[in-house]
Design a protein around this ligand. Structure first.
Ligand code: NAD
Length: 267
């Protein structure tokens, strides 16, 4: 049997990069997937590609910072696909690098809103809904929160992103314990990617800001590669594989775990 047969999943940030690869991986394993993103054009393309491969998916235009839209997206999953078992909180932004003394409070708040508040909302509405369709000894549910290596170690110039992704790491552990204490069969884990070759990292490379220095795109790419002992950047499918594992019943004894997929970056 396919690994996600009978499961309904919401994947945020599904229009591109890691989210698109994850939505496709879950659908290939039999999940019905709500592809959520505020990029409607690319999000619809991903949902259509899944359908073209024989999978089941629908696109939902969704700003993950908006609570009313979270209420709407879980309702869509229930009404269209009959329930909800998995939420992948993946949507996020990489803000421009820069020293704390030059960052504005507005910049800081925007990063925290998109990269951390959204995960809180996804956990809140995910747990409230998934608990209706799961039970102890019966069907299990999962929430997978996408943090970063920068949720584990610091980086000069990335104070807002570090704070948000570190917050995601501990929010995950808190949610995992709450679900276990409440007797819900919902596991909550975080994934910590190294640098993955997605539109987000292409932007980071083009900006060329590392620590205090600004460099050309080729040099920036080489600098990033050098930080990964494995000798290359990751690809989105390598993160999707870890998310699929944590979403499936193959990982039923894992909750509150931080899964590092970083080519050795933090080793
Ligand atoms: P990406 O920029 O390629 O894709 C992110 C998607 O999120 C986009 O489709 C974008 O439209 C969507 N999005 C952004 N803000 C949104 C909002 N407010 N509401 C709804 N959708 C929104 O990024 P990616 O590289 O695939 O990253 C995905 C996640 O993985 C992010 O949380 C990122 O921080 C994390 N991550 C990425 C890397 C990496 O190297 N690429 C490393 C560590 C962690």
């Amino acid at each position: 049997m396919a690994r996600m047969q009978g499961k309904v999943a919401i994947v945020t940030g599904a229009a591109k990069g890691i989210g698109a690869a994850t939505a496709k991986a879950l659908a290939r394993e039999g999940a019905k997937v709500v592809c959520s993103d505020f990029d409607a054009e690319n999000g619809q393309v991903v949902a259509d590609e899944i359908a073209g491969e024989g999978g089941t998916a629908t696109f939902f235009r969704h700003d993950v910072t908006d609570e009313a839209q979270w209420e709407a997206v879980v309702k869509l999953a229930e009404e269209k696909f009959g329930g909800l078992h998995v939420v992948v909180n993946n949507a996020g932004i990489a803000p421009e690098a820069g020293p704390i003394e030059e960052k504005t409070l507005a910049d800081w708040r925007h990063t925290i809103e998109v990269d951390l508040d959204s995960v809180f909302l996804g956990c809140k509405h995910g747990i409230r809904t998934i608990k209706k369709y799961t039970s102890k000894g019966g069907a299990g549910g999962a929430i997978v929160n996408i943090s970063s290596i920068l949720g584990l170690v610091g980086q000069s110039g990335a104070s807002d992103y570090n704070a948000a992704k570190g917050g995601v790491r501990l929010l995950t552990k808190s949610a995992a314990l709450e679900c276990a204490d409440a007797g819900y069969n919902i596991r909550v884990n975080s994934v910590h990617p190294g640098y993955i070759d997605t539109p987000m990292v292409k932007n980071v490379i083009n900006r060329g800001v590392m620590g205090g220095a600004t460099v050309g795109a080729n040099e920036m790419r080489e600098m990033l590669i050098m930080q990964h002992p494995i000798g290359r950047l990751g690809i989105a499918e390598e993160i999707a594989n870890a998310i699929l594992f944590l979403s499936s019943d193959e990982s039923t004894f894992m909750t509150g775990s931080e899964v590092v997929v970083d080519g050795g970056y933090t080793t």
